[in-house]
Design a binder for this molecule. Structure first.
Ligand code: MN
Ligand code: MN
Ligand code: MN
Length: 276
């Protein structure tokens, strides 16, 4: 059984490939009834998505996925029902844009040192929208014929061990959660199973997240394995966090993150959707 809910999706406003209105159209085709657009560190796609959902059977929620640092790890926090006009949130987003821009330019310089047209590649990535990511730089590298595919780009250049990798200094987890809460949103710990933490570290992460004001955790993500689902459900119970559902959809061509195809939440959890 599938949920008719998707509270984690991306559009062209960050590193997705569909325009916000096209995300809404696809969700309607798939019978989704409640959807949030949660682009990385930007609210730029929300107005278009909200307008596309108006008057349809789909209830739309404003969302965002903020990037955070916790003990040197990159952690993602989804904010649901945030007020996109919130001034502190917009200041935060503007600050993260500058971090992203500086990082892409630095990676471009490293590419130049290796004989590639790094400045032009970084410029192409920065033209990609309000939340430029390594993914945009990867697409620029592939489009210009410098790499065969995304995997090759990350292995050779942009991955943690790549020749052009530059680490990012993201805002602290506690700051990120506080921004979401202050903007009227629910803070949701995104995809806990993807952080490559030990079970003990994951529990510490949940404790830090909850202490900072986080209230929910993703338990059902489209394409997630059974073992991961069980572990995430256990974290929700242990830390008394509401359970969220989503796909982390980025593009129709990626079958492992299909829009609107998350499995039903296990029994006995508090669904976050009931509070939205
Ligand atoms: Mn992404
Ligand atoms: Mn994420
Ligand atoms: Mn995501």
């Amino acid at each position: 059984m599938l949920e008719r809910i998707d509270l984690h999706t991306h559009s062209l406003a960050s590193d997705g490939t569909l325009a916000p209105a096209a995300v809404i159209r696809l969700a309607l085709e798939r019978g989704v009834e409640l959807l949030a657009l949660t682009d990385h560190d930007t609210t730029a796609g929300l107005a278009e998505a909200r307008a596309a959902a108006a008057g349809t059977s789909l209830r739309f929620l404003d969302g965002i996925e903020l990037t955070a640092d916790w003990r040197g790890r990159e952690i993602h926090v989804v904010g649901l029902k945030v007020n996109p006009e919130d001034e502190a949130l917009q200041q935060h987003v503007a600050g993260v844009y500058q971090l992203r821009r500086a990082r892409l330019l630095a990676m471009g310089e490293k590419l130049t040192q290796h004989g590639l047209p790094g400045a032009a590649l970084a410029a192409a990535a920065l033209a990609g929208g309000s939340s430029p990511t390594r993914q945009h730089l990867s697409r620029a590298l592939i489009a210009a014929g410098h790499a065969a595919d995304n995997e090759a780009v990350f292995t050779r250049w942009l991955g943690r061990k790549g020749a052009a990798y530059v680490p990012a200094a993201w805002p602290e987890l506690a700051t990120v959660v506080a921004r979401i809460v202050a903007a009227g949103g629910h803070a949701v710990l995104a995809h806990p199973h993807r952080y490559q933490c030990s079970a003990g570290q994951l529990r510490e992460l949940c404790a830090s997240f909850k202490a900072a004001g986080g209230t929910a955790i993703e338990v059902s993500l489209a394409g997630m394995g059974q073992g991961d689902a069980i572990r995430c459900a256990a974290l929700a119970r242990r830390f008394d966090l509401a359970a969220s559902v989503g796909s982390d959809f980025h593009e129709p061509g990626l079958p492992w993150r299909p829009l609107g195809r998350a499995a039903k939440l296990p029994e006995g959890l508090r669904p976050l959707s009931a509070a939205l």
